[in-house]
Design a protein around this ligand. Structure first.
Ligand code: TRP
Length: 338
């Protein structure tokens, strides 16, 4: 089947509006920076997947809408440009639901039951004693909805973290299965792993993650950043300033390496020799981080303080996305004789 005429290839990626929706440095360095780099060379579709959030938050839906706006503001604060890419909320483009339904008909249950993220979530819910009723049909179908997100734009690549590999595999398998059953309609989307620069450590030294409570957010104000950096883990064996540090084991040193690509070499050297203290390191990191974050904070606050403007951006994104989605659905419906 004919691809829609377009010189640039299409990419789609998405994030869930988890918690308050605020994104952290791990999201920024692990994903958004790559998206920003790609937006000039590809048709980028940057989705905020609120329906996916329902798979685990069906009982507290009130907070999902505001969380989506936070994600959108962070996307733009990080440098995604609404003039270049489509920034939109999944539920604003109903075609995601239609394609999800159609794909669900050709998805063997065994495929989705085997997905590691499903098994983990199921086990976690069971552990918490939330019972079988909290494990919904929708949760099981999570990867099918994700496949719909991707195939709807006939995206050839999907910039995602390594943890999404299994989901991507299902999207590829569904593309193949659909093409086999109904004729060539979808390209097989490739995963474009975005984390290859390394994992961003949280302030406790583990991978930065909302669920660990160790994250520094794009939205954190200067004082919050200072407080979090002050609390951050450093070399456990370094009790005094004169004790040698091990920068490889120090969250502050690791963050410094990310954000101060020149200065960290000297600071790491001094740290190893025990001539640099953690206090100095932390004070400098705070300053560096606040320098990076300040313009982003300003941008996101401007947007959140102007709801009409943010609405316009999201509407424009949804309109752009819907146009591509509707074109794909015409092919899909015809292929399936619907
Ligand atoms: N499952 C992804 C995550 O948790 C979010 C997501 C939903 C997504 N649909 C997508 C990512 C489509 C990429 C493409 O991060």
């Amino acid at each position: 089947m004919q691809q829609q005429i377009s010189d640039k290839k299409r990419l789609l990626s998405g994030m869930q509006p988890t918690g308050t929706g605020a994104l952290h440095l791990g999201n920024l360095e692990g994903a958004l920076r790559t998206w920003v780099r790609l937006q000039d060379d590809y048709h980028m579709y940057c989705c905020i997947v609120d329906w996916h959030a329902l798979t685990t938050r069906y009982h507290d839906t009130e907070a999902i809408g505001p969380a989506c706006r936070q994600v959108a503001a962070d996307y733009i604060a990080a440098g995604l440009d609404p003039d270049k890419c489509a920034i939109f909320i999944q539920s604003h483009v109903k075609e995601h639901a239609e394609l999800h339904l159609l794909l669900s008909m050709i998805t063997p249950v065994g495929w989705v039951e085997r997905v590691p993220t499903y098994k983990e979530k199921r086990d976690l819910l069971q552990e918490r004693g939330e019972g079988d009723e909290s494990i919904s049909y929708g949760l099981l179908g999570y990867p099918v909805l994700q496949a719909a997100d991707i195939l709807l734009y006939r995206a050839t690549a999907v910039p995602v973290g390594r943890d999404q590999a299994a989901h991507l595999e299902i999207s590829r398998e569904l593309a193949r299965r659909f093409n086999r059953l109904y004729g060539e309609t979808f390209p097989e989307p490739q995963a474009l792993i975005t984390e290859d620069t390394g994992v961003v450590p949280g302030i406790d030294g583990r991978k930065m993650s909302k669920s660990y409570g160790n994250a520094i957010y794009i939205s954190d104000d200067a004082d919050t950043v200072a407080r979090k950096v002050k609390e951050a883990f450093t070399t456990p064996t370094k009790m005094r300033k004169s004790d040698p540090g091990v920068p490889e084991q120090c969250a502050v040193c690791q963050l410094r390496k990310l954000y101060d690509s020149q200065g960290y070499i000297t600071s790491w050297d001094e740290d190893r020799q025990g001539i640099r203290g953690c206090m100095q390191n932390k004070a400098e990191l705070t300053e560096i981080l606040n320098g990076v974050l300040e313009p982003m904070r300003r941008r996101r606050n401007d947007l959140l303080n102007d709801p009409a403007e943010l609405d316009r951006v999201l509407k424009r994104g949804a309109d752009k996305a819907r146009e591509a989605a509707e074109a794909t659905m015409k092919f899909v419906r015809a292929a399936m004789h619907l």
